[in-house]
Write a protein that binds this ligand. Structure first.
Ligand SMILES: CC(C)(COP(=O)(O)OP(=O)(O)OC[C@H]1O[C@@H](n2cnc3c(N)ncnc32)[C@H](O)[C@@H]1OP(=O)(O)O)[C@@H](O)C(=O)NCCC(=O)NCCS
Length: 208
């Protein structure tokens, strides 16, 4: 008699199959907790909220006197780079894709629930270069704070330059260079980033 290949063998009656998913979840949770404990020990000048996931290869450089705070449940994916001379504040549940850079000479604020795509660069300073007779290397830096609101999605490989404020709920397209402020709820793309449309409130979007 032909058997149905899609039929799942229920196993012997009365026996529930082992829940391997639970084992993997437990292992992942233990790995994250242990990793966070080690990261906290290695970086006592950084405040991490509970359940932060700091993955391998993260490079966190914090100068004496700098203040760095990550809220609860943040993810810093592989190769995340932090260079803090000034302040860095990151809200709860913000996720950084792999090889992002956040660098602060003065102040970088990133809100809660943000998605920062891979290879994104967020810096609050530029090299000064006004004079031609002095090497750029020797002209110091110009600094202005960067503020990114809550629930902002920054696409892969985008760059956010010094002095920019991005309003809550904004979306920045992949590869954009954000050189001017962006309003809350906008979608902005390109170099330099320009607003192409505004996101709709749920009730309006549901009707379209
Ligand atoms: C911006 C984005 C979210 C699309 O948003 P959208 O509102 O649906 O935009 P549309 O696709 O309608 O495009 C609107 C216009 O912007 C252009 N555009 C869209 N994304 C762009 C980008 N990243 N760079 C330049 N232009 C872009 C479109 O070509 C279109 O131009 P047109 O009107 O001349 O044809 C998407 O294109 C994007 O960049 N996603 C990021 C993906 C990513 O990085 N993922 C990994 C990180 S989590």
């Amino acid at each position: 008699m032909a058997t149905d290949p899609s039929a799942v063998d229920p196993g012997p009656p009365g026996r529930t199959p082992p829940d391997f998913g639970a084992v993997f979840r437990l292992r992942g949770s233990l790995r994250r907790r242990l990793g966070l404990a080690v990261t906290r020990l290695r970086h006592p000048r950084i405040s991490f909220g509970s359940r932060c996931d700091v993955r391998s290869g993260a490079r966190l450089t914090v100068a004496r006197g700098a203040t760095v705070t990550f809220g609860k449940g943040c993810v810093l994916d592989h190769g995340f780079t932090l260079e803090a001379v000034g302040a860095v504040e990151v809200g709860d549940r913000t996720v950084f894709g792999h090889h992002c850079t956040v660098a602060s000479d003065d102040r970088v604020v990133i809100g809660a629930g943000c998605l920062i795509g891979e290879l994104v660069s967020i810096r609050d300073h530029d090299h000064a270069f006004d004079r031609t007779g002095t090497p750029i290397l020797d002209q110091g830096r110009r600094t202005a704070p960067v503020v990114i609101g809550d629930d902002v999605w920054v696409g892969a490989k985008a760059t956010v330059t010094a002095g920019v404020t991005i309003g809550s709920g904004a979306v920045v397209g992949a590869h954009a260079v954000v050189t001017h402020d962006l309003p809350a709820g906008c979608v902005a793309v390109g170099v330099p980033a320009r607003v192409v449309r505004m996101r709709q409130p749920d009730d309006v979007a549901d009707r379209s």
